[in-house]
Design a protein around this ligand. Structure first.
Ligand code: SAH
Ligand code: SF4
Ligand code: F3S
Length: 478
């Protein structure tokens, strides 16, 4: 579990990972001490969208008289912002609720709420299953939190799991929790219309909608003014971003949005996640090529290397299409553009040969990084209704291990490519191992560690890399 950073300034955080992908990480709210009456402790699970939503929730509740705290023992309200993506994610939350339950026995006045995807999936059933829960609030209903909390203060339970076709929280300025003051996330869209057969997200997050481009640009400009140096534009499928002004005179697609954000400041690095292989266009790639401050890193989840499995997954592309997109990246952005992926092993009916196709796709792309999972059936999804989860757990796990082992080789190889070269690194923090070293990332999102000298957080430093492992590169400022 990641440790919260104790800080008086809520514009300060622990190092972020830039993907809209579940990382297994748990985020705890940092402390804001402005003398407000009640204390909110919020723990976030799952993907960056959830971490970003917790910042919106904190902002809504800050206006209602809540400071955030990183200390559960001093909280008046505990919120868990939950994830449903795999069964294990839900088990983690249940275990956490039982720990909080024993804490509540000693503090009967404590209010406990569940937010996010698990709240949306289970709805009021949550109140029956977990007696300790007072509040169940889905991802599109956070504006209703103040009203629901006063309902709970009045002795009732509070539930709102209505999904919306419009809500983007565009006007809410997030309270930056756990911020290092260098990197921040900007949600540019919500929901997903894709219906991949394994995935619960369309059910928990609702229909896809894009946020007003002007509010995104304002948020980016405000972050620059506050000293931030990097933003990550977040959405389940950013390449299908599409916004039109109410009078119909303005239309902005993702490539155009990316360009507008890049133009906010040449000092601001721009990242984005996640790209869906069916939607990433050459226009986006050419925009990336035109601006040095758009990072050369694309998270392009393949899920599988076999066309039959991809069809069963309802990913709407096949292997040749995916390979074509990778070739386009290499053609337009060169060999140095990093590509990462998500992979699922042991999806319904996957044969041994089809699993080999996943490994051979990995050999073809040579990913810089990947998030790898074995298939976990989710209730209500297309796959749960129409397909049989027939691959034994040991087989799923063995195939996953083969995928992980191969990725390990490729990550090491990609990092090795960086040795002997100079990288522009944005400093994010001290190295975890030593206060004499700084840690940051290059454009390709590779972690680079080097002796501190007189450099500090937020600096761009040119670092000559002299050695590399699968996870980090080591070097010296030049
Ligand atoms: N919108 C992103 C993915 C979001 S979920 C995209 O389309 O790429 C993040 C990852 O979790 C997915 O890419 C997938 O690899 C994994 N995942 C989703 N549902 C899963 C399931 N039922 N079992 C195992 N892994 C799953
Ligand atoms: Fe899930 Fe597919 Fe949507 Fe990604 S694109 S969130 S995997 S349904
Ligand atoms: Fe994210 Fe998990 Fe929901 S991955 S969108 S928090 S199901």
């Amino acid at each position: 579990m990641s440790q919260a950073l104790l800080t008086l300034d809520f514009l300060d955080k622990v190092s972020p990972t830039p993907e809209a992908t579940p990382s297994g990480e748990v985020r705890v709210s940092a402390a804001t001490r402005t003398g407000r009456q009640r204390k909110l402790y919020i723990e976030s699970y799952g993907c960056q969208m959830n971490f970003s939503d917790s910042e919106i929730v904190s902002s809504i509740l800050f206006d209602e008289g809540f400071d955030t705290t990183d200390d559960l023992a001093s909280a008046d309200l505990v919120l868990l912002n939950t994830c449903s993506i795999r069964e294990k994610a839900e088990q983690t939350v249940r275990m956490r609720l039982s720990q909080i339950n024993s804490h509540k026995k000693r503090n009967p006045g404590l209010l406990v709420g569940v937010l996010g995807c698990m709240a949306e999936r289970l709805k009021s059933k949550f109140l029956e299953e977990e007696k300790i829960v007072d509040l169940v609030v889905g991802p599109d209903a956070y504006r209703d939190l103040p009203q629901l909390i006063s309902q709970v203060d009045g002795g009732q339970k509070g539930v709102n799991v209505l999904l919306s076709r419009e809500e983007t929280y565009a006007d809410i300025t997030p309270v930056r929790l756990n911020s290092n003051g260098v990197s921040a996330f900007i949600s540019i869209m919500r929901g997903c219309d894709n219906m991949c057969s394994f995935c619960v997200v369309p059910f928990t997050r609702g229909r896809e909608r894009s946020r007003d481009a002007h509010s995104i640009l304002r948020e980016a400009a405000d972050l620059v003014a506050a000293g931030y140096k990097e933003v990550t534009l977040l959405g389940q499928n950013v390449d299908s971003y599409k916004w039109a002004s109410a009078d119909g005179t303005e239309h902005v697609n993702f490539a155009q949005l990316l360009e507008k954000v890049a133009l906010v400041s040449p000092e601001l690095r721009v990242r984005f996640s996640t790209s869906h292989p069916k939607d990433i266009t050459d226009e986006v790639l050419h925009t990336m090529a035109r601006y040095d401050n758009i990072c050369k890193f694309i998270h392009l989840p393949a899920q599988s290397g076999n066309s039959r499995v991809l069809a069963l997954m309802n990913r709407t592309y096949d292997r040749p299409w995916y390979e074509d997109r990778v070739r386009a990246i290499r053609r337009i952005l060169g060999e140095d553009c990093a590509i990462s992926s998500d992979m699922i092993s042991g999806f319904c009916t996957e044969t041994e040969e089809e699993h080999q196709d996943t490994l051979s796709l990995m050999e073809f792309v040579r990913y810089d990084m990947a998030y790898m999972f074995f298939y976990s059936e989710r209730p209500g999804t297309l796959a749960a209704r129409k397909l049989t989860d027939d691959i034994p757990l040991e087989v799923k796990k063995r195939r996953l291990q083969e995928i992980i082992d191969l990725q390990q080789l490729h990550s090491a190889e990609r990092n090795q490519r960086g040795v002997g070269r100079v990288h522009q690194v944005l400093v994010e923090n001290f190295s975890k191992r030593s206060k004499e070293h700084l840690s940051g990332r290059n454009s390709q999102n590779q972690v680079v560690i080097f002796p501190k000298q007189n450099f500090k957080k937020g600096d761009y430093v040119n670092v000559l890399v002299h050695s590399a492992s699968a996870s980090t590169m080591l070097g010296e400022a030049v």
